[in-house]
Design a protein around this ligand. Structure first.
Ligand SMILES: Cc1cc2nc3c(=O)[nH]c(=O)nc-3n(C[C@H](O)[C@H](O)[C@H](O)COP(=O)(O)OP(=O)(O)OC[C@H]3O[C@@H](n4cnc5c(N)ncnc54)[C@H](O)[C@@H]3O)c2cc1C
Length: 311
């Protein structure tokens, strides 16, 4: 074994709510645990401000603070942190080799908790107003737009669900769809539910030309894709709902994934015995911090049961 090879009972891959929770439960169960944190220590919550729906914080908590506290909790309990990315997993006779550029590891069971990333439009003005009016999570941030005019960008089922969620808070919801109405990606039932809500207005064949404002988003300039005609609509919120990508590039040839790349699980068990998955990487439906922490706990307890049966 190379000199710099780390060893542990359980290797956790990912430093978001799922990874931290899995690591805490695994170490509290008496196992040695190494956690590889990857490209974004703290995960998606590092990119948000106030988290108001994580239970136990009556006044809300800033996303980065929630993650820093989770990390400190794991460190205090004895989790070893490595700020390196795992590039692949190999099954070996006595466990798993976790490949990494700098600090690979040898473990007996694995929890994959590498999360997902929202797809963004990728424009400069979108980046400028992210967290300042622009979000990719209606369930998380819709509440902050009570009585305001908001937009949804996208024409799939998630965009329709976000639209319906936002009608509970917003004064109006404008939905910008690139394609024509008869080519909507969303299922008919989801589309009709959104369309029939009096607060909702659809703009088809339309794309965002520019997000505008000063320190926060104030309006959205949209463009008709056929005529090139533009119009500026006052808007304090915009929700980009054009999909998510699970972080499974390093594992998709090792564990079974669905067509979208999400890891297939039976509760938390993947297609490979001894390898478990938790959080957004195996959940395209709920994608919340609390559900990720919950499945992280479950994955650690499933790994514990697996290891107990190995002995
Ligand atoms: C802007 C925004 C606001 C949100 N607000 C809320 C909210 O208010 N409430 C709520 O409940 N949820 C909210 N969410 C959703 C929540 O952040 C996610 O559901 C949650 O973070 C998912 O946790 P996770 O641990 O599964 O993955 P993530 O948080 O995505 O963390 C993934 C981790 O895996 C690591 N990683 C990735 N690839 C590798 C690799 N190859 N090797 C090693 N490590 C790797 C990353 O570095 C990261 O540390 C929000 C999301 C966003 C984007």
């Amino acid at each position: 074994m190379p000199e710099n090879m780390l060893t542990a009972d359980i290797g956790v891959i990912g430093a978001g709510p799922a990874g931290y929770s899995a690591a805490v439960y695994a170490v509290r169960a008496g196992f040695s645990v190494v956690l590889w944190g990857g490209p974004e220590p703290g995960g998606q919550l590092m990119t948000t401000n106030e988290v108001e729906n994580f239970i136990g914080f009556p006044d809300g908590i800033m996303g980065p603070e929630l993650m820093e506290r989770s990390k400190q909790q794991a460190i205090r309990l004895g989790v070893k942190f490595i700020w390196d990315s795992i590039t692949g997993i190999e099954k070996q006779a006595d466990g798993f080799l976790l490949k990494a550029d700098k600090e690979p590891g040898k473990v007996k069971a694995v929890v994959i908790a590498t999360g997902a990333v929202a797809k963004w439009l990728g424009t400069e003005s979108e980046t400028k107003f992210r967290g300042k009016g622009i979000s990719a999570c209606a369930t998380c941030d819709g509440f902050f737009f009570k009585g305001k005019k908001v937009a949804v960008i996208g024409g799939g089922d998630v965009a329709m669900e976000d639209t319906n969620t936002l009608t509970q808070f917003a004064e109006s919801v404008s939905v910008f769809v690139r394609g024509e109405e008869d080519k909507m990606k969303a299922s008919k039932i989801m589309y009709e539910r959104a369309k029939n809500n009096p607060k909702v207005k659809f703009y088809f064949n339309t794309e965002v030309d520019e997000f505008l404002g000063d320190d926060r988003l104030k309006s959205v300039r949209i463009k008709n894709r056929t005529t090139g005609e533009t119009q500026e609509l006052p808007m304090e919120g915009a929700f980009v709902a054009i999909g998510h990508k699970p972080n499974t590039d390093a594992f998709k040839d090792f564990v079974e994934c669905d067509d979208g790349g999400w890891i297939k699980v039976n509760v938390t068990a993947t297609s490979v015995a001894g390898v478990f998955a938790a959080g957004d990487v195996a959940d395209k439906v709920y994608r919340q911090a609390i559900t990720s922490a919950g499945t992280g706990c479950m994955a650690a307890l499933d790994a514990k049961r697996y290891l107990e049966h190995q002995n």
